[in-house]
Design a protein around this ligand. Structure first.
Ligand code: ARG
Length: 229
């Protein structure tokens, strides 16, 4: 792919963890979303098509997906952390995020203190789970493998609240008006597209594409498409 070595000839293979609407989710048999559009710009720059592979989130954050030659890049609404940066390389930040807590509109859950004695859903291997375990000591934290299972748990009445990134929870609350984001937690996270540890060539290419897309308005266009509706 234009001088860059890839795991599947003629393609840019992206590992992600579905579903994480609006960053990556299935619609009409296709994976779409903010991250998908962004990585499409990289694929286009390399003159190839993006192919998306769904894989457990921790397969990405531990570097296993890259070490197995499963994919060239990972884009999964994934927060850049020091721990992850030891085993995978991150391109420049592309999106800012915080944690949020979703609850039923009439639940009265408006602060961390209101979670005392409550059941809180968190997603396996995520920064939200880490925050809940370290800081929300009075809640009973229950882990779910992905975001849809966490959201199903609150809809089934199995949990009282869900902690996850602000973008996905606000998106859910917009379409499910019985639910609301009770409060936000300013964690100051940044999402990064990742590559295999040491793949500096691809990382720099991604950085170039991101920089150009921010300058020429393509980043803004994609942002508007997924967040200004
Ligand atoms: N930003 C959070 C993290 O990096 C959650 C990401 C979850 N992403 C996903 N595609 N399921 O830990």
């Amino acid at each position: 792919a234009d001088g860059i070595e890839v795991v599947n000839e003629g393609k840019l293979t992206t590992c992600t963890h579905l579903s994480y609407k609006p960053f990556q989710y299935e619609e009409g048999g296709e994976v779409v979303g903010f991250d998908v559009d962004l990585v499409d710009l990289v694929a286009k720059d390399l003159g190839v098509e993006q192919e998306i592979e769904n894989t457990p989130f921790e397969t990405i954050t531990t570097g296993a997906a890259f070490n197995n030659e499963q994919c060239d890049v990972a884009a999964a609404g994934m927060t850049i952390t020091d721990e992850r940066a030891k085993v995978i390389d991150f391109a420049d930040p592309y999106f800012k995020a915080n944690q949020s807590v979703l609850a039923k509109g009439d639940s009265g859950i408006k602060s961390e203190a209101d979670l005392a004695g409550k059941k809180l859903a968190a997603q396996t291997g995520t920064t939200g789970l880490q925050y809940a375990e370290e800081k929300i000591k009075d809640a009973e934290v229950i882990t779910y493998e992905d975001l849809p299972l966490s959201l199903q748990a609150i809809q089934n009445g199995d949990v009282d609240a869900v902690i996850n990134d602000n973008g996905v929870l606000y998106d859910f609350a917009k379409e499910n008006t019985d639910y609301t984001v009770g409060f936000d937690i300013e964690t100051g996270e940044s999402y990064g597209i990742a590559v295999k540890k040491g793949n500096t060539e691809l990382k720099e290419r991604i950085n170039e594409v991101l920089k150009t897309a921010k300058e020429d308005g393509r980043y803004a266009e994609i942002y508007k498409k997924w967040f200004n509706t």
